[in-house]
Design a protein around this ligand. Structure first.
Ligand code: ATP
Ligand code: MG
Ligand code: MG
Ligand code: MG
Length: 439
């Protein structure tokens, strides 16, 4: 992509109403634009990041055996009346009346609708277990939308729903999602800690929030220091088909203490002594077993292996896809701007032409751009006729992992400069070896 033809409205000023660094950098870097309180347009650069995150989430859901579908954003109130949740949900739900006076709502979540959809066609134990998911916009009329996309009113969520015949099966589905979540966040270079969360009236231990550590986080969290080591997706390579191995793995991942302030255990904390850590955290995912909470009021049953009716048991599993864009920036930035992890970067390379007014520099930069593009390397080519300093500032601000700088002095010696954004390391290399490194 040539920057001269792109839409990248960057700005030098720090917006006064943006309190946290990710919100500031998303506005300054031209990733989003607020269109109403808590509602954002995703500008081209932000949109690319959102799609990258979405794709990682999708791949790990698919890998765990979940099946993708798509439900609408607008739901009939009847789905919620049938489960008894319509009145209970409260003012966070945006309720809409159409011209026929029918009551609709902009979905804040989909348990009610999906259970009804699945119920319509699932008749036998052979139709279970299933995990279905979609990636769709939600609306919650948050009392205090803030921190940009981290607490928006309209936001993108991945939500999955499992149906099982018995509790042992439900636990397997839960464990599969648990592992999928660890892998998903690790692939983005995030350390997301699974923390025991409230299960509501059902009780049990099958509810975890996945929390990343950041000073701007809204929750206070406490955990064993072992969570300070960053792990990669390879560390979570467990066979999802082997339910015993899966359970052992989940047990090992929940053995070390980790709790939000609502779930603190003073005795365990005291026992940890110097190994206890405290921080603030951002909830990026939440998995939850709720049993027959939705299938029972809907009268949903399937015929079991012996012909007698069985009420399916369910769980739901959310990831804040749009919140992750902000969370990732909270975890990866410096004074100059964003530092995208490779896996979610909107482009891999910022190709900087230092002298767009110099014919030989421009033809060299054009040729490099052509070769990177041919090799399928996502490149944002700064071909604008601007000062080098302004181009560097933009490249640092938008945080692409690599900067490839083409200038007259280097070219005279047959070299270009390659800079790694994360470390600031710069190297002079030949054009050929720069291309070899990037392709
Ligand atoms: P929070 O505690 O932050 O209000 P929640 O517990 O209400 O979140 P869930 O119902 O568990 O949220 O939804 C699943 C995921 O959706 C959350 O873990 C979070 O990542 C994301 N999410 C929830 N509310 C918002 C929001 N207002 N803006 C952006 N993402 C959100
Ligand atoms: Mg909430
Ligand atoms: Mg929460
Ligand atoms: Mg939650």
């Amino acid at each position: 992509m040539r920057l001269s033809r792109y839409f990248l409205p960057v700005s030098k000023e720090t917006p006064a109403d943006a309190q946290i660094v990710s919100h500031q950098l998303m506005l300054r870097g031209g990733l989003v634009r607020q269109t109403a309180a808590g509602i954002y347009a995703w500008l081209p650069l932000g949109h690319r990041v959102l799609r990258k995150i979405e794709q990682i989430v999708r791949e790990e859901q698919d890998r765990a055996g979940a099946i993708e579908m798509l439900m609408p954003t607008i739901q009939a109130a009847d789905y919620w009346r049938a489960t008894g949740r319509y009145d209970a949900y409260g003012p966070e739900m945006l309720r809409i009346v159409d011209r026929q006076d029918r009551e609709l709502l902009y979905g804040p979540t989909n348990e009610d609708m999906l259970t009804a959809i699945f119920q319509h066609s699932a008749k036998s134990y052979r139709d279970l277990p299933r995990i279905l998911y979609h990636i769709q916009w939600k609306f919650r009329d948050e009392i205090r939308p803030r921190f940009g996309v981290m607490r928006g009113r309209e936001f993108l969520m991945k939500d999955a729903y499992s149906f099982d015949l018995d509790e042992a099966g439900a636990r397997v589905s839960y464990n599969r999602m648990f592992v999928a979540y660890l892998r998903t966040f690790a692939r983005m270079g995030l350390r997301a800690i699974p923390m025991q969360a409230d299960t509501g009236p059902i009780g049990g231990d099958l509810s975890h929030e996945f929390i990343i550590l950041a000073p701007s986080g809204e929750s206070e969290v406490f955990f064993h220091k072992s969570w300070e080591t960053l792990r990669s997706a390879e560390d979570y390579a467990v066979d999802a088909e082997d339910s015993t191995a899966l359970q052992a793995f989940v047990d090992s991942m929940t053995a070390d203490y980790a709790a939000t302030d609502e779930k603190r255990d003073e005795a365990r904390e005291a026992a940890l002594g110097d190994d206890l850590r405290q921080s603030r955290g951002i909830e990026v995912g939440h998995i939850f077993y709720f049993g027959d909470k939705y299938s029972k009021p809907l009268g949903f049953s399937v015929s079991g292996p012996d012909g007698s009716p069985v009420t399916p048991l369910g769980g739901s599993y959310g990831i804040g896809v749009s919140r992750l864009v902000g969370a990732l920036i909270e975890a990866n930035h410096d004074e100059a701007g964003i530092i995208w992890p490779d896996a979610v970067a909107p482009f891999k390379v910022a190709l900087v032409n230092m002298r767009a007014d110099d014919g030989s520099v421009t033809s060299a930069a054009d040729e490099i751009y052509g070769r990177l593009s041919d090799a399928g390397v996502e490149t944002l080519y700064d071909d604008r006729d601007e000062r080098g300093g302004a181009k560097f500032a933009t490249a640092d601000l938008i945080g692409l992992p690599w900067q490839l700088i083409v200038g007259p002095r280097g070219l005279a010696n047959g070299v270009v400069e390659l800079k790694r954004r994360a470390t600031g390391e710069r190297e002079e290399v030949s054009i050929e070896s720069a291309l070899a490194r990037l392709t």
